[in-house]
Design a protein around this ligand. Structure first.
Ligand SMILES: C[S@@+](CC[C@H](N)C(=O)[O-])C[C@H]1O[C@@H](n2cnc3c(N)ncnc32)[C@H](O)[C@@H]1O
Length: 154
């Protein structure tokens, strides 16, 4: 992910900042913005101060299911890790659309998910499916819906 030297990263549903802090430590030119509930972000701020990385971190408390709220914009990478699978398909489509709108030209929207139906090991598949509904076909459908809307709205 760091090969093209991205500078501005947006972590959607970044929780208490494991990924954000790792990215900030990786490259002194990187700035990370994290969207999440206020409680998670308070803990993230504490973690960032403790790690000496708070200066390049921005946090935006938000209800991510309020689709009227646009994400901040101009990012080289929008990152959604183990996040979309919390939601129903219509919300996933809207979140992907808002994520795409947050990208700078040439930016990348990266999704990391443990799809329960794509685990080679049966136990891993069962573990990944605990309380989660987003299978790989469901993700493909949501992504296609997002692409179709973009094509028809431009
Ligand atoms: C399963 S955790 C993933 C955390 C992190 N991205 C990771 O890969 O470990 C989902 C995150 O999404 C956040 N989240 C879920 N629903 C949200 C909502 N409606 N508004 C804001 N944040 C939400 C949770 O607070 C949590 O931090």
């Amino acid at each position: 992910m760091f090969a093209p030297r991205p500078k501005k990263l947006l972590d959607v549903g970044g929780n208490t900042g494991k990924w954000a802090l790792h990215c900030l430590a990786q490259d002194p030119d990187v700035e990370v913005t994290v969207l999440d509930h206020p409680g998670q972000l308070q803990q993230l701020q504490k973690n960032a101060v403790a790690a000496g990385l708070a200066a390049r971190l921005r946090t935006v408390p938000i209800d991510l299911l309020d689709h009227t709220r646009a994400f901040p914009t101009g990012f080289d990478v929008v990152w959604m890790s183990q996040f979309l699978d919390c939601f129903a398909e219509p919300d996933i489509v809207r979140l992907l659309e808002r994520g795409r709108a947050a990208l700078a030209p040439g930016g990348r929207l990266c999704v990391m998910e443990a799809f329960p139906d794509r685990q080679p090991n049966e136990v891993a598949g069962l573990s990944a499916s605990q309380g989660r509904a987003c299978t790989f076909p469901a993700w493909r459908t949501a992504r296609a819906a997002c692409t179709t809307r973009r094509t028809s709205s431009t």
